[in-house]
Design a protein around this ligand. Sequence first.
Ligand code: AMP
Length: 282
Amino acid sequence: MDIIKTKKKMQEWADSVRKEGASSGFVPTMGALHAGHSSLIKRARSENGRTVVSIFVNPTQFGPGEDFGSYPRPFDEDRRMCEKLGVDAVFCPETAEMYSGPGYTSVRVSSITSSMCGKMRPGHFEGVATVVAKLFNCVKPDKAYFGQKDYQQFRVIEALVRDLDLDIDLVMCPVVRDDDGLAVSSRNKYLDGSQRAAAPGIYRALLEGESMIKGGEKNGALAVKRIKESIKKSLPGCRIDYAGVFDALDLSPVKNIGADVVIAAAVYVGKARLIDNILVKL
Ligand code: AMP
């Protein structure tokens, strides 16, 4: 497995894979790899001749006061996991290497970033879209793999690829959960024992919303009320950043449910901001 630290070396590696005629699958990550990441890596391996994983904790997608400094960075463990999973190259540039240019340019995806996490974390998706565009230009993949766990992120990358005519296929992979339903996340490490025990209440609340909607509830506000009550009941000390029912494509809040929706929430449990969602196809 190759460890690649510069953009130029990554591009040369990508070019040599192209020359061989092999397809390449790409899994962008911020490291602290877990079962969610490995599901993406396995999928990428099964569909491509070469698999590249990037590990880069991108400063520009963190807001002031967020956890950029404390975000876990267990590089040796990550490298071992990638090796075990048969990854061909890990792209892990330092921040100064990644942002070596003057930084005059950024990618801003409008409209679909005005709700959900985009509303609560101003600038976050501009940081994400810009770094993913840069990573795509370094890794030059045929296919890129993202988790449904970050549903809005997937829609943002999809818009970026469509609007800028990038020749990359995107694959959305299902949310990987622990046995009790909690979505696996690098940020679950921040939870203490009792917070961890209560955290699956977020998913249970989303499931309640899903069963209301599948049972015929058309009033988005009523579903949201139930979801928020359920979260507060299971996690009395938490702070709900947002919880809502959103159009599955344009991500606007839905009052009258008539098409596919995503039920999504972000909840502060202690230091951890946990996100989760369920896609409901009608
Ligand atoms: P991150 O390292 O948190 O930036 O995540 C890298 C990729 O892994 C993103 O596409 C995430 O959506 C995906 N991912 C993170 N957690 C999960 C999970 N529990 N299930 C599926 N995909 C995930």
